[in-house]
Design a protein around this ligand. Structure first.
Ligand code: MF3
Ligand code: CO
Length: 237
């Protein structure tokens, strides 16, 4: 799994240089798809349940699953890029939200809290803990910062399929859920809204947006539980 995950990490790192004011989300996708192929991988998303894009690009009030289009990025936007790769029979999946130019103080706080929440969750991914220890740590950090955790979408096990058991909600009670064991590989992915946690899916059947139109952020890593600290397979610089 380290192979597809390395490709995902490379793409997410490169995208910081690509996501700029003036570029369209389709152009962002084209860059990512090219990079994935150059590195010997294949998009895990293209054709998945009919999804038309190679990656997901979700802007501002779009929470996840934004379909690349002619939409042009502007200064101050928050751009979530979600990248999944299939390579040698295994999947890797990760996402990050990039600030475009100078963003508002509140938006910067939203990004920081979401990324921190991901790491708080990963910290709990140790042998002997229970699954919802991860969920609870994420929810607590998000809500302590005055933001809300999206309920409609969850993280997931990952391996020979992109979505495997268990589902990993970003909210829950500590000490509950299946016992975590070394060797488990999980995609942990908090989606965090500035306002209400409620989201709706647009008529394109994919794009999820916040119900109140306020902004949203998304950070995701594929990790492996070990006998020591969790290993972040999609880690980028
Ligand atoms: N990272 C997301 C996930 O875990 C995105 C996949 S949706 C797809 O499910 F349709 F684009 F594949
Ligand atoms: Co995922």
């Amino acid at each position: 799994m380290s192979q597809p995950c390395r490709v995902v990490a490379d793409v997410l790192a490169s995208l910081t240089e690509v996501v700029r004011a003036g570029i369209t989300t389709k152009e962002i996708e084209a860059f990512a798809d090219d990079r994935i192929r150059t590195l010997g991988g294949k998009s895990a998303f293209k054709g998945y349940r009919g999804y038309p894009g190679s990656i997901c690009v979700s802007v501002n009030e779009q929470v996840v699953h934004g379909i690349p289009s002619g939409r042009r990025i502007s200064e101050g936007d928050l751009v979530s890029v979600d990248v999944g790769v299939l390579m040698n029979g295994f999947y890797g999946d990760a996402a990050r939200t990039l600030p475009v130019g100078i963003v508002s103080e509140d938006d910067a706080r939203l990004l920081r809290a979401t990324e921190e929440a991901l790491y708080k969750g990963i910290e709990q991914a140790v042998e002997g803990n229970r699954l919802y220890d991860i969920s609870h740590a994420i929810q607590q950090h998000v809500e302590n910062n005055g933001f809300s955790v999206v309920r409609m979408f969850v993280g997931h096990g990952i391996g020979r399929e992109m979505h495997e058991e268990p589902q990993i909600p970003n909210y829950g009670a500590p000490g509950q859920g299946p016992r975590l064991r070394k060797g488990m590989t999980l995609a942990i992915e908090p989606m965090v809204n500035a306002g209400t946690y409620e989201v709706k899916v647009l008529a394109d059947k994919w794009t999820a947006v916040t119900l109140d139109g306020r902004k949203s952020a998304h950070f995701e890593h594929t990790i492996c539980i070990t006998e020591d600290l969790p290993r972040i397979l999609t880690k980028y610089n």
